[in-house]
Design a protein around this ligand. Structure first.
Ligand code: THU
Length: 138
């Protein structure tokens, strides 16, 4: 699985976003070390504050499938026609949600933040340094 394919999977996922309020459709694709890709998109709610982000939905899908480890990369894409075209980075809550499965499996996934003209690659540990996670509770 190369970057382009993972990004394409995230873009496909964004097509299923339910974002009638923000009209900001996001897609996320998680790559696992067995080659599996699990995707998600944002799902909003008439009670605006209940919106669920693409990354959070993807992690929830993966964990509901029984995955607890092996997360190696994540691609995140936003709409091409909104904002300044800068790479989209996961929101704070999604960083914490991603950290849960990453720390469980002992990986530090590469996050591919897709912009209109560039893909910014950052480690989750760079986005969420000094993370609180499951290891703190044992
Ligand atoms: N959103 C995501 O899905 N992921 C992020 O990392 C940032 C924001 C969604 C939430 C909301 O539905 C819309 O984008 C606008 O904030």
């Amino acid at each position: 699985m190369n970057d382009e394919k993972l990004i394409a999977a995230a873009r496909e996922a964004a097509a299923n976003a339910y974002a009638p309020y923000s009209e900001y459709e996001v897609g996320a694709a998680l790559l696992f070390d067995d080659g599996a890709v699990v995707t998600g998109s944002n799902v909003e709610n008439a009670s605006y504050g209940l919106a669920l982000c693409a990354e959070t939905n993807a992690v929830s899908k993966a964990m509901n499938d029984g995955r607890r480890a092996g997360l190696v990369a994540v691609a995140v894409v936003g709409p091409l026609d909104k904002g300044d075209g800068a790479p989209i980075t996961p929101c704070g809550r999604c960083r914490q949600v991603l950290n849960e499965i990453a720390q469980l499996g002992g990986t530090d996934p590469e996050i591919l933040c897709v912009g209109n003209d560039e893909v910014r690659r950052v480690k989750l540990s760079e986005l969420l340094p000094h993370a609180f996670g499951p290891a703190n509770l044992t």
